[in-house]
Design a protein around this ligand. Structure first.
Ligand code: MRU
Length: 379
């Protein structure tokens, strides 16, 4: 059974509450854009593609309820305005991942085209939005499966000459079913390698401060019976220099890839890319085209979200042997009074990235060190 982080049936939306994972598996219902905003801000749902999908679907269920209750304006323009305002509000939840603002821009354009039709009504504008939001869920799943396939092809080919039959991969943060509509991006590549019997072992970092690696990626890897090992973030250099464990590649996700290939992803990614270069290990970013932001020239223009100090000074877990909601406790792990800096993401310069795996193929860094994405947006 595959993990499902987002459940949507056209009327109801529920999400797997990631604040309680891996201790408690509980779905919470999202009934409005406001509830969607809070779920994203508080990281009950997280991961670039998942937050864009949940934002869109949260507004879809709100509109659907208004239609059912006969409370939606009959005027197409009024409904278009309502959708525009709510989309704008949703994009203020988290700034770094471009998928959210990209989805809002596309949905707004789609709704505006429908509203301009001579026969359009409030209901028809709402329906156009609801259908487009639902398509995001199915499109994202198909994109991830293609990312998995292209990434696995690339890695198998890259290691073919080395005599290695099975590949060890290191990943960071959580990029799996919990961060997307299903399957995942970087974790999708690991899933694809595993299903081809080309994966020896996946290593995942703990990913402090929020522990997306130890809580979420480890949960997915164990759930899927993928041979895997957890390390703390500080063990990555030791792992890459370990002759027995032989990591062939680091594969990570992305929150925003700038036009020159600079990539914002979970804090710690940049350090891993530097380590990869030093150890001649391939460094790949797996991301759908919706994460590539051609309007942002370089990593310097990417806004990096800073999160509360409490995420660094405290840690959340379940008491040993207890796997229920009331067994989850938060403990302080830092000296009271210490100043804290908590950037949620960092930017990896394109020069450290060997390739960007998308749903239409792998874009490799050219010999002059740059990335050219034009051909993958040609269709
Ligand atoms: O703060 P998060 O958990 O939302 O950060 C998630 C990441 O950085 C992921 O690597 C990225 O969004 C890609 S998810 C397919």
């Amino acid at each position: 059974m595959t993990l499902e982080a987002i459940k949507y049936d056209g009327t109801q939306l529920s999400i797997l509450d990631q604040l309680q994972l891996p201790h408690v598996v509980e779905y919470i219902e999202i009934r409005s854009a406001e509830e969607g905003w809070h779920a994203i801000k508080e990281m009950k749902v997280r991961g670039a593609p998942a937050i864009a999908i949940v934002a869109a679907l949260s507004l879809a269920v709100e509109l659907k309820a208004l239609v059912t209750d006969g409370k939606l304006s009959a005027n197409a323009e009024e409904v278009q305005l309502l959708i525009r305002e709510k989309l704008h509000y949703l994009t203020t939840s988290r700034p770094t991942a471009v998928n959210l603002s990209d989805a809002a821009r596309k949905l707004e354009a789609h709704v505006s085209t429908t509203a301009r039709g001579s026969e359009s009504t409030g209901d028809s504008v709402a329906s156009a939005f609801i259908e487009a939001a639902a398509r995001m869920l199915t499109d994202d799943l198909a994109d991830n499966q293609n990312i998995g396939k292209y990434g696995a092809d690339w890695l198998v080919q890259d290691t073919a000459g080395t005599g290695k039959q099975e590949i060890n991969v290191l990943t960071h943060c959580n990029t799996g079913s919990l961060a997307t509509s299903g399957y995942g991006t970087a974790l999708g590549v690991i899933r694809a390698l595993h299903s081809r019997k080309a994966l020896k072992r996946a290593y995942c970092t703990e990913t402090r401060p929020y522990n997306q690696g130890s809580r979420l990626t480890a949960f997915e890897l164990v759930h899927d019976n993928i041979p895997s090992t957890l390390i703390t973030d500080s063990m990555a250099a030791a792992l890459l220099s370990n002759k027995e464990r032989k990591v062939s590649a680091i594969v990570v996700g992305a929150d925003r890839v700038a036009a020159n290939g600079d990539t914002a992803n979970k804090v710690g990614t940049y350090g891993l890319a530097v380590l990869a270069k030093h150890h001649a290990v391939k460094f790949l970013v797996a991301a759908p085209r919706t994460t590539i932001d051609l309007q942002t020239k370089s990593g310097q223009d990417i806004i990096i979200e800073e999160r509360p100090a409490a995420e660094v000074t405290r840690i959340k877990g379940a008491r040993e042997g207890c796997e229920e909601n009331d067994s989850i406790a938060t403990v302080r792990v830092a000296a009271p009074g210490i100043d804290v800096w908590n950037p949620a993401f960092d930017v990896t310069p394109s020069a450290l990235i060997d390739g960007i795996i998308t749903e239409v193929g792998v874009v490799e860094r050219s010999v002059d060190g740059s990335f050219n994405f034009e051909h993958i947006f040609a269709d």
